[in-house]
Design a protein around this ligand. Structure first.
Ligand code: EPZ
Length: 428
């Protein structure tokens, strides 16, 4: 970006869009992980399928949740918050068209497609937005709806999906897409007969959503495996649900602790959800202690270069490759990131290079040559996990780092500034 455009951008943002970090402080103490963003953003739209009140506990305070609450409001669903508890009353739902710009502010608004199609056999809404990670088609979602009997019309940015009736079918996904698995699962809850999703995604968020839907009376089996079966039902009732901890937030704090910590305990973690990360960190030389619901990280400045390949769960999560790249700048030797999910998810590398890193990038790959000390400067969060990687880099860097476009970070990290400050970071 030309410097003048960048300066203009800086002028246009309010102070809320900046995170400033004076790096070099050692992190110590405990940090508690919030509930899972990618679960809650599927759970909230799925509430349109309930005929009774749904109560959710431990809902994270993040921007994506705020936007989804507004979209539920447009459908005449009442959402009442009491701290981190949400009471959602869908009993007077009206299936209006979701032609509101908020739909385009996040990816997960596409879950209204499956949920409203299932419940009302009709949905009209804008295409979803979300982080700019290169092309993010939704063809697998739409093919799945068609297999269940829906007809789809697309006019520019508007998608309209109708079905006289939905009939269960056997659906094979060409790729184990998280979004397509969830969307088809939602619509299939109200399809007649049995739907099978083969080559389904196995992410923990899918298990969380299916366990909530089953509490509501759905009949879903096999979530968390590559074959999910759904026997359609005609009605879903209300339920009370606790959302699982956020494995990507947990991973982010564990990486931050590995980069700048002396002795940090990350609490409210399901260690099995982040094994691909923790085993990679151990290979780098990070000392970890794992309990049933925590990971304790001990600082170590003598880190080795490693290679990672991002893959669907249980492989190394694409959402953690950007944060891990910041730590890799500290490791001795050449690290390699092969990104198989989003070939263009490398915008953080340019920002890290401006802080003194030595990273080469090409489509699908980045090569990190370390160790390189980082220095503070003005940098730009271009997407959520780019933002997380820059926060970690800012903690590692000497001097003052100013992260612009920090709103990307608040989309997915509850109280990140407060949590890091409590660990001893100088951050505002
Ligand atoms: C989910 O996105 C997450 N988002 C992403 O989290 C995460 O990076 C991604 O899964 C992979 O784990 C939410 O849960 C809201 P996909 P999703 O469908 O569902 C291709 C974060 O930082 N594909 O599994 O959109 C697609 O282009 C984020 O929290 C098709 O080709 O991911 C990509 O290459 C960002 N056609 C791959 O599949 C389709 O119809 C994986 O996408 C659908 C996907």
């Amino acid at each position: 970006m030309a410097m003048s455009t960048q300066n203009q951008l800086i002028k246009n943002f309010s102070m809320d869009d900046l995170i400033r970090i004076r790096g070099g402080r050692k992190l110590n103490g405990e940090v508690t992980v919030s509930s899972c963003k990618n679960s809650v953003v599927a759970i909230l739209p799925s509430v349109v399928m309930a005929s009774e009140i749904v109560k959710l506990y431990d809902v994270p305070e993040i921007k994506d949740v705020e936007i989804l609450k507004k979209l539920l409001g447009l459908l005449n669903i009442k959402v009442t918050a009491d701290g981190d508890e949400l009471t959602i009353d869908p009993t007077e739902i009206i299936n209006v068209d979701l032609l509101d710009e908020d739909v385009m502010k996040l990816r997960a608004s596409y879950y209204f497609m499956g949920a409203l199609l299932g419940r009302f056999r009709h949905v009209k809404m804008y295409s979803p937005g979300g982080c700019n990670l290169g092309p993010r088609p939704i063809d697998l979602h739409l093919k799945g709806f068609e297999a269940l009997g829906a007809k789809i019309k697309q006019d520019g940015n508007v998608i309209e999906i109708d079905a006289e009736e939905l009939l269960g079918d056997d659906i094979y996904l060409d790729f184990a897409s998280v979004g397509a698995t969830i969307n088809i699962m939602l619509a299939a809850c109200f399809a007649k007969g049995r739907t099978t999703i083969e080559n389904a995604a196995k992410e923990p968020e899918i298990i969380d959503l299916s366990s909530m839907l089953n509490k509501m009376g759905a009949q879903i089996r096999g979530a968390g495996t590559s074959e999910i079966t759904i026997n359609g039902v005609s009605r879903l009732k209300g339920c009370i649900h606790d959302i699982i901890p956020d494995r990507i937030e947990a991973g982010t704090y564990i990486i931050a602790a590995a980069a700048c910590g002396e002795d940090v305990t990350v609490k409210n973690v399901i260690p099995q959800h982040i094994e691909a990360l923790t085993s990679k960190l151990e290979e780098m030389g990070v000392k970890l202690e794992q309990g049933s619901d925590y990971v304790r990280v001990y600082g170590n400045d003598d880190l080795k270069a490693v290679d990672i390949i991002t893959q669907p769960f249980p492989g190394f999560a694409t959402d953690l490759q950007q944060p891990l790249t910041s730590l890799m700048t500290k490791a001795k030797g050449d690290s390699h990131v092969e990104e198989t999910i989003y070939a263009e998810r490398f915008k953080h590398c340019k920002e890290l290079n401006s802080m003194g890193a030595n990273i080469d990038c090409e489509t699908g790959n980045s090569y990190i040559h370390g160790p390189t000390p980082l220095h503070g400067t003005d940098i730009f969060a271009t997407d959520l996990r780019c933002g997380a990687s820059l926060v970690i880099a800012g903690l590692m860097a000497e001097g003052l780092t100013t992260i612009h476009n920090a709103y990307h970070i608040y989309r997915g990290y509850d109280s990140i500034v407060e949590k890091l400050r409590a660990l001893g970071a100088e951050i505002e």
